[in-house]
Write a protein that binds this ligand. Structure first.
Ligand code: HEC
Length: 154
C-alpha cells in the first residue's frame, strides 16, 4: 500500500511537472542554460576574487576554476537556445530576441568567450600576475554578450 501511494505521488509529481513545462514555454531550456551561466559565474568568482586580492592566490585552485570555466563555455548548447525562447516568450528568461535575428553575432561572441577562457586556462596556474592579465578579456567577453543579448539588468 505504501509503495502504491509512493508510486501515485510520483506519477502526480511527474504530471504536474509536465503541466508546468507546458504553461511556461521553454522552461527546461531556460533553466539549463541559466544553470550553466551561474556555474560560469561561480568559477569567475574564484578567479576574480584572487585577482582583486579578496581570496589568497592559490595556483591549484586558480587552475581548477579556469579548467571549470573552459568546460562551462565549451559545452554544446545547441539544444538550449531554441528560436524565440527569450524573455518575450517566458519572463523567467533575461535573453533578448536579438539573439535570433538576422545579423546576430552571438556565435562570434561565444567564440570570443572560449578564446578568453582558454587564455585564462593557460595563465591561471602561472602566478597571480599572469592570472590578473588574463582576467580583463574574460570579463569583457561575458559583458559584451550580456550587453548585446540580455535585457538590461539593474
Ligand atoms: C555568447 C553570449 C554570452 C556569454 C559569452 C556569456 N553569457 Fe551569461 N548570459 C547570456 C544570456 C543570453 C543570458 C540570459 C539567459 C536566459 O535568462 O535565458 C545570460 C545570463 C547569465 C546569468 C544569469 C543566469 C540566471 O540565473 O538568470 C549569469 C549569472 C551569467 N549569464 C553569467 C555569465 C558569465 C560569468 C559569463 C562569462 C564567464 C557569461 N555569462 C558569458 C549570454 C552570455
Amino acid at each position: 500500500m505504501k509503495r502504491l501511494l509512493a508510486g501515485a505521488t510520483l506519477l502526480a509529481l511527474t504530471l504536474s511537472g509536465a503541466a508546468i513545462a507546458q504553461d511556461a514555454p521553454f522552461a527546461r531550456e531556460i533553466k539549463a542554460r541559466q544553470g550553466i551561466m551561474v556555474y560560469r559565474a561561480m568559477q569567475l568568482g574564484v578567479l576574480g576574487g584572487m585577482a582583486k586580492g579578496e581570496i589568497d592566490y592559490n595556483a591549484e585552485a586558480a587552475q581548477k576554476a579556469a579548467d571549470n570555466l573552459v568546460a562551462a563555455v565549451t559545452l554544446d548548447q545547441s539544444m538550449l537556445w531554441p528560436k524565440g525562447s527569450g524573455h518575450s516568450a517566458n519572463a523567467a528568461s533575461t535573453a533578448n530576441d536579438d539573439i535570433w535575428k538576422d545579423g546576430s553575432d552571438i556565435g562570434a561572441k561565444g567564440k570570443a568567450m572560449v578564446e578568453a577562457a582558454m587564455a585564462m586556462q593557460a595563465a591561471a596556474g602561472g602566478g597571480l600576475d599572469s592570472l590578473k592579465a588574463a582576467m580583463g578579456p574574460v570579463g569583457e567577453a561575458c559583458g559584451a554578450c550580456h550587453k548585446a543579448y540580455r535585457i538590461p539588468q539593474n
